[in-house]
Design a protein around this ligand. Structure first.
Ligand SMILES: [Zn+2]
Length: 402
C-alpha cells in the first residue's frame, strides 16, 4: 500500500512537475537554432585501451565551459548525429563535479586550481588556498622532475585557466602581475593571446597602467618571442612565447588555430627525453556560452576538437602519453530541445548567461586512462595525475613564510 502511494506521488510529480513550468521559468529560456550536418563524418578510429606503462608525457586539455550539450552541439553541426568528433574517440569517460570552496558554481580560477593544485579554493583565486597560501602546481612539479612544460590557450595567456598552472595570485583580474609572473615561470612554451599585458602603457593596444615592457624581459629569460603564425612555425627554439592578439584571439579566422599552436607545442616539447606536461585550453567555448551564442560555441568546439585530433595522433605514435580532455565547468545551462525533421534544424535552449553547477564530462586515453573512469571531484583529477607521474607530497601548500 505504501509502495502504491509512493508510486502515485512519483507519477503526480512527473506529470505536474515536468509539464507545467511557470511562465517566469519559460521567460528565462533563450532559444537558438543549429543546423545538423546532413553527411556523417567520423573523425578517426575510436581508440582502444592501451597497456599500462610509465607515463612520459601528460597533455591536459580543458574546454572552458564545455558541458555535454556544448560537445554534442558541435558534433551535430560538424559531423551529424551518427558521426564522432575527436573528443568522442577516447576510450575512457568520466564525470567531474566542479564546485568551488565557497560556491556550488565555480569560476575558471578555482576550477583550474582544483586541477593544477588538487585543492578547493575560492572563486577568483589563482593557485592559492583560501588563506592566501600558494599551492604547488602540477606544472611546477613537472619542471622539478626535469620535464618540459607548455601552456596553450585561445584567451590571453594571462587568463585564469593558463594562469592557474604557472602563477599564484589572490585575484584572476591582476593580469599585469600574472604576465610578470609568467615571464619568470620557466614554462617552456606559452602560446595564445594577451599581448596587451606584456607591453608598456604607451604602446598601442596595451592594457598595462605602467611602463613595463615584458618582451625584452622574456628575451632575457631565454625565450624567442613570436607575434604571428609564420614566425611561430619557423621558430625552432625550445623556449617560445607566442602572443598572437592583444586580448583573446579572434574566434573567426583565428590565426594560428588552436590545433596549430598545439602541434607546435607538442613538436617542441617532445624533444625532452624526460617528457613534458602540456595544458591546452579551448578558452572561448565559455565565452560563447556566456553570450548564449550557439554558432560561437560550435565554432569553438570545432577549434578545440581539431586540437584534440592533433594530440591524439601524437599520443598514438608516442605510447607513454596520457591525454585528458575535460572542462572546468559548464557555461550557459545549454541544452538540446526539439528538432524539425523536415529541415534538420535543432532548437538549442540556454538557461543562464553564467556558469552552472552541472557536472562535466572527462575523456581519457593512454596509460592508466582507466583510472579516470567514474564520478570524481575536480580535485581528484589533479591528484590522480600527480600520483601517476610519481609526484609525492601533493597537494602541497606552502605557508606564507616558505
Ligand atoms: Zn566563464
Amino acid at each position: 500500500m505504501k509502495n502504491f502511494y509512493l508510486l502515485t506521488l512519483a507519477f503526480t510529480l512527473l506529470i505536474f512537475g515536468c509539464n507545467t513550468p511557470s511562465s517566469s521559468e519559460k521567460d528565462v529560456l533563450i532559444t537558438e537554432q543549429l543546423v545538423v550536418a546532413s553527411e556523417t563524418t567520423i573523425k578517426g578510429q575510436r581508440l582502444s585501451l592501451v597497456a599500462n606503462q610509465p607515463i612520459k608525457n601528460v597533455i591536459f586539455m580543458i574546454g572552458d565551459g564545455t558541458g555535454i550539450a556544448q560537445l554534442y552541439s558541435g558534433q551535430l553541426q560538424e559531423v551529424g548525429p551518427d558521426g564522432y568528433l575527436h573528443a568522442q574517440r577516447l576510450p575512457i569517460t568520466g564525470i567531474v563535479k566542479t564546485h568551488a570552496q565557497d560556491d556550488l558554481i565555480t569560476d575558471s580560477a578555482s576550477g583550474a586550481t582544483a586541477f593544477s593544485c588538487g585543492i578547493k579554493t575560492y572563486n577568483g583565486v589563482i593557485a592559492q588556498d583560501s588563506e592566501g597560501n600558494e599551492c604547488v602546481t602540477l606544472m611546477e612539479l613537472a619542471q622539478q622532475a626535469g620535464m618540459s612544460t607548455g601552456l596553450v590557450a585561445t584567451s590571453g595567456v594571462t587568463h585564469a585557466t593558463p594562469a592557474s598552472f604557472a602563477t599564484h595570485i589572490d585575484s584572476r583580474n591582476k593580469y599585469s602581475e600574472i604576465a610578470e609572473q609568467l615571464v619568470e615561470s620557466k614554462v617552456d612554451i606559452i602560446l595564445g593571446g594577451g599581448l596587451e599585458y606584456f607591453i608598456p602603457s604607451d604602446s598601442a593596444g596595451s592594457n598595462r597602467d605602467d611602463q613595463l615592457n615584458l618582451l625584452p624581459s622574456l628575451t632575457e629569460q631565454g625565450y624567442s618571442v613570436v607575434l604571428d603564425r609564420q614566425a611561430m612555425m619557423e621558430e625552432d627554439s625550445d623556449q617560445i612565447v607566442g602572443l598572437f592578439s592583444p586580448s583573446g584571439m579572434p574566434s573567426e579566422n583565428r590565426i594560428p588555430s588552436l590545433a596549430e599552436m598545439t602541434g607546435k607545442a607538442v613538436e617542441s616539447l617532445s624533444s625532452n627525453d624526460n617528457g613534458f606536461f602540456l595544458m591546452v585550453e579551448g578558452s572561448q567555448i565559455d565565452w560563447g556560452g556566456h553570450a548564449n551564442e550557439t554558432p560561437y560555441v560550435v565554432r569553438e568546439v570545432k577549434d578545440f576538437d581539431d586540437a584534440i585530433g592533433v594530440v591524439l595522433t601524437f599520443a598514438e605514435q608516442n605510447p607513454g602519453t596520457l591525454v585528458i580532455v575535460t572542462a572546468d565547468h559548464e557555461t550557459g545551462g545549454m541544452t538540446i530541445n526539439g528538432v524539425n525533421q523536415e529541415n534538420n534544424v535543432v532548437d538549442i535552449a540556454w538557461t543562464s548567461t553564467g556558469h552552472t553547477g552541472t557536472p562535466i564530462p572527462l575523456m581519457a586515453y593512454g596509460p592508466y586512462a582507466v583510472e579516470f573512469s567514474g564520478w570524481w571531484d575536480n580535485t581528484d583529477i589533479g591528484k590522480k595525475v600527480a600520483d601517476l607521474l610519481g609526484f609525492e607530497n601533493f597537494p602541497l601548500i606552502l605557508s606564507q613564510e616558505d
